[in-house]
Design a protein around this ligand. Sequence first.
Ligand code: ADP
Ligand code: MG
Length: 697
Amino acid sequence: MVENERLRQEMRRCEAELQELQELQAKPATPCPGCEHSQESAQLRNRLSQLQLEVAENKGMLSELNLEVQQKTDRLAEVELRLKDCLAEKAQEEERLSRRLRDSHETIASLRAQSPPVKYIIKTVEVESSKTKQALSECQARNQHLQEQVAMQRQVLKEMEQQLQSSHQLTAQLRAQIAMYESELERAHGQMLEEMQSLEEDKNRAIEEAFARAQVEMKAVHENLAGVRTNLLTLQPALRTLTNDYNGLKRQVRGFPLLLQEALRSVKAEIGQAIEEVNSSNQELLRKYRRELQLRKKCHNELVRLKGNIRVIARVRPVTKEDGEGPEATNAVTFDSDDDSIIHLLHKGKPVSFELDKVFSPQASQQDVFQEVQALITSCIDGFNVCIFAYGQTGAGKTYTMEGTPENPGINQRALQLLFSEVQEKASDWEYTITVSAAEIYNEALRDLLGKEPQEKLEIRLCPDGSGQLYVPGLTEFQVRSVDDINKVFEFGHTNRTTEFTNLNEHSSRSHALLIVTVRGVDGSTGLRTTGKLNLVDLAGSERVGKSGAEGNRLREAQHINKSLSALGDVIAALRSRQGHVPFRNSKLTYLLQDSLSGDSKTLMVVQVSPVEKNTSETLYSLKFAERVRSVELGPGSRRAELGSWSSQEHLEWEPACQTPQPTARAHSAPSSGTSSRPGSIRRKLQPSGKSRPVPV
Ligand code: ADP
Ligand code: MG
């Protein structure tokens, strides 16, 4: 109990300390709001309240234990009382029993003391009379009685001894019980002490922990406070400088409008001056740009003129599986390693050589071929009309060169892609629209491959505006803006052809397929308008059909093909010899391409050649045709252009070639040099009339 009292006092002291700590902790919560340690301090406060709860719990447990100790102490007192009673009772009993034992001993002693006279009497009786005998018997009876009494006393003694024994046993039992109670008491006491000890330890630990935590918190809070104080100390000079700065700025701001007005005045003046300078330099640049534009056209025309307006190249396809095997499929074409314009053919054992503008061997890629025609295609953007023909016997690679395969496209798709990228490059100055039409000429009938009714025959007519231009009423024209658009157009044209003809391969080798690309442009700064047409033609197979070998439809087809291909040759020959009359109307093909073949236009013929022995006759025929065409010179390159707001002083001029036709088929017509001194060179000016002029031939 004394220990309890001490613990209680200690607890009260701890509580008082805790109270103090709480007060201490509660204080700094208000003075520094926004302090970085406030969260930490809140956590510590929570921890403290948890600890307080734990202390309260411990207190409850302690009072329970106190109660238990109280109960046990009460029970112990009760047991002690009972023990005392028992001891007293036992002492009384012992007293009583010893008293009785004493009495019994006394009685026995007295009885023993009485027995000699009896013996004497007996002896006397024996000696004396009957009277004494009577007395003897009386004595004997009395002796009997006394003996009985002694036996009785002995019995009593025995009983008392038993009682004493039992009381000893009881005492021993009671003692054992007492010892048990005592040990229990001792154990309870020990337990209580242990519990008190552990409680004490818990309490001490909790208090120590709380104290340590409180100390740490306090330390942190103090550190915070110190930090805040130092911050405050460092901030004060900063605040002072800021206030000074602010005052300075305030003064500056007051004076700013005046300053601004002044600055604005000077800047306006500077800008005005700069604008004037830029204007004048812009004018200068525009003038230079126009001059450069003219120069570029001039150079381009000169280049084309030097190369000739009709260029002929040959492309030899590789030997394929379809050529079969054996002597017929052996290679009959060879090349000149030093000159890429020469091709040698071994025909019926005789070597024949041809010179063209360029010869592509079977190793040449689609890109190599395209590289050669690229300049022609770009000239279309400048307003020139261009024709590219693929000529040759069926199976020589015309369609491969023009259309190609999806993985390796030919000239058609590459040309459109090039046009797109070129047009995009010029987009800052020029606005271009590109449209495509696709047509087919079969048995001298013109059909629209992009139309809704591809079987309908179309006619070629003169423009009603009196310009002398031709047009095809009803020919579908699609505007294309991307490669996707082109693919869709090609796909559509192909589908139209496939649905019309069951054997497309056969049909396409007997018809001319035309892709007509029109590029229309307007120069934003000059108003100059240009229109260029690019005609990409996959011609029908040039093989000659023996009259005896063909009948009916096949014969009619062959006649039409022969007619149109020789018409093409005739037109070129007439142009070459500058005849007054050019027989454009002799075939649908030449009539349709009249604008693109005459005068200022540019033509490229790709003669496709099969390399194998069995085709040498056709190869010879094709190469002869090629060389004949190559020697023809078209008129000077001129541009189909209309001037919108072209200033009257400025004009485009160039020197066209006017070369006398070469007399022989083997002659090489590419003009070499000496342009300006050439007699008969024509100077032509584009007048600001807004109309294109007829082309001088
Ligand atoms: P054409 O249109 O003149 O009748 P094709 O273009 O259909 O001939 O060509 C006939 C075959 O030869 C086709 O299978 C084609 O793929 C192939 N071919 C033609 N030229 C080449 C070439 N340069 N490289 C590879 N294969 C070619
Ligand atoms: Mg073909």
